[in-house]
Design a protein. Structure first.
Length: 155
């Protein structure tokens, strides 16, 4: 397993109608636990990423979507968004400020981080997952490229 990874993928301005995906947290993100799909259907794995965050931080819609679910699951608040391209994104643990059936825009506040996610406890983090149909996706792969990648010499 790799250590934390810092990613800069700022959320869009609130209310924007951008077809691309953006960070579900304002400012940069720090990946605490990366996506790690299981080797088989019943194997161990991590079907999303855990993003380091503080309690009470705003959680933002990663893209324009319709709220499919917003409520408690096993004692933790969960929000599920369905995007026009068929991707569903999941956010937990979140105290939701949205309701099922509601349409949200990219960067719109969907809740605040509240509670603990089991893979981060006792530290706080936002678990962000994504899937298309039955296939789980690395949600970081949804983010637009951060620009041109250039390899620089060590010296």
């Amino acid at each position: 397993m790799t250590g934390p990874v810092a990613v800069s993928a700022a959320a869009p301005p609130r209310g924007s109608v951008d077809p691309l995906y953006h960070a579900p947290l304002g400012g940069g993100m720090r990946v605490r636990t990366p996506f790690n799909p299981p080797a088989d259907r019943y194997g161990r794995g991590h079907l999303g990423v855990d993003l380091t965050a503080s309690a009470g931080v705003e959680v933002l819609a990663a893209g324009a979507a319709t709220v499919r679910f917003a409520g408690p699951v096993a004692g933790r608040g969960v929000v599920v968004l369905v995007h026009p391209d068929g991707v569903s994104t999941v956010y937990e643990p979140v105290a939701a400020v949205v309701a099922p059936g509601q349409r949200v825009l990219a960067g719109q506040r969907i809740g605040v981080l509240r509670g603990a996610h089991r893979s981060c406890a006792p530290a706080m983090c936002l678990h962000w997952g994504a899937r298309r149909g039955e296939a789980y996706l690395d949600p970081m792969s949804l983010l637009r490229p951060l620009g041109v990648v250039r390899l620089l010499p060590w010296n």
